[in-house]
Design a protein around this ligand. Structure first.
Ligand code: KG4
Ligand code: ZN
Length: 346
């Protein structure tokens, strides 16, 4: 097969990203990956502001593309195609990326490839760890939480997911409740290190129900109540209280994810995959306690465990370029009518 080099563009949330990836037969290689964050622009608002994100993407994406080409030592004329996240995500940001990609494709005559952001995440373990299809994937981030069986570059089966908050969102809200900084996940994990997870009994919603669906909003409410009881009784929280509440919360999330992963693994293993594997992606996969709980669940089921390096686990454009290269190798391209989709289930 021909070696394909793709430019990837990602702008579905608050990262303006561009990357170059080369696909040689089965093997993908990241030639460059530039991620320009916008944390400082949104910090004062306590969350991503869509209008600000869209404007920032419009300003930064060009620079990200230039930097990605420079880092790879390539000119635009040398790429074989232009891949772009066409959804799901914040529509203003997705539009910025899609318009830029269309412009570049029209100007160079290179094929345009629209990529589903979730497919990008889901295919990353194949790029980084060479996993064979079908593998089981848990996508856990600030916006997503779902189990997918990844069957090919274009076929995914969803086994279940959150019915309310995503775990990253729950970590961020928990941090806010405990007076910890954003992003909440790393802050809660750091606080939990010196905490006693057993001091507060927090619920494990939906664990008693069959299936792979999950729920995290009740856990957050229980954390709020436990905090309020302490504040009422003693007028505030001590550092030890914050540590214990963080540990209790983190342990509950880890237990929910690993219990549901065990169920998802059971369903997936019924298909008798030749090289069974569980992969994780998304910012929450950075959490050590959650990672070990999932690793344990995979080992129990007899599946390999794979966690891509963090910078390819969180939002980036290398995953989009790689997914785009796989699509292009199958002859799947888009024309200039490609539209940006705020919602786009796999
Ligand atoms: O994948 P990501 O960078 O962005 C998207 O949401 O798409 O994930 C960010 C989320 C945030 O909610 C952040 O709090 C969470 O991942 N996160 C963590 C940790 N590091 C980041 N959650 C728990 N533990 C961590 N160490
Ligand atoms: Zn993402």
């Amino acid at each position: 097969a021909k070696v394909l080099t793709l430019l990837g563009i990602e702008s579905s949330c608050d990262d303006s990203a561009a990357a170059l990836v080369c696909l040689d037969g089965e093997r993908g290689e990241v030639l460059s990956s530039i991620v320009m964050g916008q944390e400082e622009l949104h910090a004062a608002f306590g969350g991503v502001v869509p209008e600000i994100a869209a404007r920032a993407h419009a300003e930064k994406l060009d620079l990200a593309v230039e930097a990605a080409l420079a880092e790879a030592g390539l000119r635009l004329a040398e790429v074989d195609g232009i891949a772009v996240t066409a959804g799901p995500g914040l529509i203003g940001g997705v539009l910025s990326g899609v318009m830029l990609a269309k412009g570049l494709a029209a100007a160079t005559g290179k094929p345009l490839v629209g990529v589903n952001h979730l497919a990008g995440h889901a295919l990353t373990p194949r790029l980084t760890d060479g996993l064979a299809f079908p593998y089981l994937m848990l996508l856990v981030s600030g916006g997503h939480c779902q189990f997918l069986v990844v069957r090919s570059a274009t076929e995914f089966s969803r086994l279940g997911g959150t019915i309310d908050d995503a775990p990253g969102e729950a970590f961020d809200k928990a941090a806010r409740l405990l007076g910890l900084p954003q992003p909440g996940g790393p802050a809660v994990e750091a606080a939990a290190a010196t905490g006693d997870a057993a001091r507060f009994s927090l619920p494990r919603p939906l664990l008693d129900r069959p299936g792979c669906d999950m729920s995290f909003s009740g856990l957050k409410t229980a954390l709020l109540r436990a905090r309020d009881r302490l504040v009422e009784a003693q007028g505030g929280l001590t550092a030890q209280d914050v540590a214990d509440l963080s540990a209790g919360f983190q342990t509950a999330v880890a237990e929910i994810l690993s219990a549901k992963a065990t169920r998802a693994l059971r369903l997936y293993m019924e298909e008798a995959p030749a090289a069974p594997a569980l992969a994780v992606a998304g910012g929450v996969a950075a959490n050590g306690a959650i990672r070990s709980a999932l690793e344990e669940a995979a080992a129990q089921a007899g599946a390999r465990f794979a966690a891509p390096p963090l910078k390819l686990c969180t939002d980036n454009a290398a995953m989009i370029a790689y997914a785009g290269a796989l699509r292009l190798s199958l002859g799947l391209t888009d024309d200039l009518t490609l539209s940006a989709r705020p919602r786009w289930p796999l």
